[in-house]
Design a protein around this ligand. Structure first.
Ligand code: AMP
Length: 281
């Protein structure tokens, strides 16, 4: 396994490979979710590249950039074991040599939900993803449905910028009790982790209701809210039923939809989502 510690080294490594390249961008502190993306890339591509970069541009001034969990040696061991060919571990200076002069906007999509609560977040995501894709030049890039809005934004960015690659969305990996695996889960105390499970319970309740024939998005939304608000110490941000591509709120669930939720547990922001398929669709 090769380790590229700068943009120059990554470009050199890129020049040496032939055939398809699968790329998995991450912020490190790798877990089973990242691993599933790497495995998918390993199955589908000749060469697998993983990047580890905690992108300062996607964190707000009050957010956890400084304390975001990092363990590069452990990440490298996981990558090696998973059969990764190249790990790209750039410094902030490498990715923003002259600061953040050029910033990408994915208009509309960037302003809703996570974007409304985390101003500038998706501009940061879009900018770093475009930079990483430009350096790695993959055939396919793998993103988790866990960050569903991010996945839609990246798809839109790739389409709008006419990028010659495939964006592959991969299912959310969960703990046995349903909690979506996330690097930020380490912030949760054992007790808070118990409360955090309510996000998955709300999504499950939404799917159950749709399975039982409910078509009203308002009814399903109300069920999710009620579920989350029933747990003290969970601070609901949003629980919505949206179009799976535009992320605009729906009135009627008469085709595939997406339930999306966000809540704070202690000071930890958690997000989750699931597909909703109406009966007969
Ligand atoms: P992050 O390191 O949190 O920026 O995540 C890197 C990639 O892993 C993103 O595409 C995430 O959506 C994906 N990811 C994170 N958690 C999960 C999970 N539980 N299941 C599937 N993919 C995930």
């Amino acid at each position: 396994m090769q380790i590229a510690r700068s943009v120059g080294e990554m470009r050199d490594a890129r020049r040496q490979v032939q055939g398809s390249i699968g790329f998995v961008p991450t912020m490190g502190y790798l877990h089973a979710g990242h691993r599933s993306l790497i495995e998918r890339a390993r199955e589908e591509c000749r060469t697998v590249v993983v990047s580890i970069f905690v992108n300062p541009l996607q964190f707000g001034p009050e957010e956890d950039y400084g304390r975001y969990p990092r363990d590069v040696p452990r990440d490298l061991a996981l990558c090696e074991q998973a059969g990764v060919d190249v790990v790209f571990v750039p410094e902030v200076q490498d990715i923003y040599p002259m600061g953040a002069g050029t910033v990408l906007e994915v208009r509309g999509l960037q302003d809703r939900w996570e974007g409304a609560s985390r101003l500038g977040h998706f501009q940061g995501v879009a900018t770093v993803v475009a930079k990483l894709l430009s350096v790695v030049q993959p055939t396919r890039a793998y993103f988790g449905e866990k960050d569903y809005q991010q996945l839609q934004i990246v798809r839109r960015l790739a389409a709008d910028l006419l990028l010659d690659l495939e964006i592959v969305g991969c299912p959310t990996i969960r703990e046995p009790d349903g909690l979506a695996v996330s690097s930020r889960n380490v912030y949760l105390s054992a007790e808070a982790r118990g409360r955090a499970m309510v996000l998955f319970r709300a999504l499950t309740a939404a799917q159950d209701e749709v399975d039982a024939g409910e078509h009203s998005a308002a009814a399903v939304r109300a069920t999710m809210r009620k579920t989350i608000e029933s747990v003290q110490g969970v601070d609901l941000d949003y629980a919505e039923v949206v179009d799976p591509t535009t992320l605009e709120p729906l009135d009627t669930i008469d085709r595939e939809a997406r339930a999306i939720v966000a809540a704070g547990v202690d000071d930890v922001r958690l997000i989750d989502n699931t597909r909703l398929t109406p009966v007969g669709a």
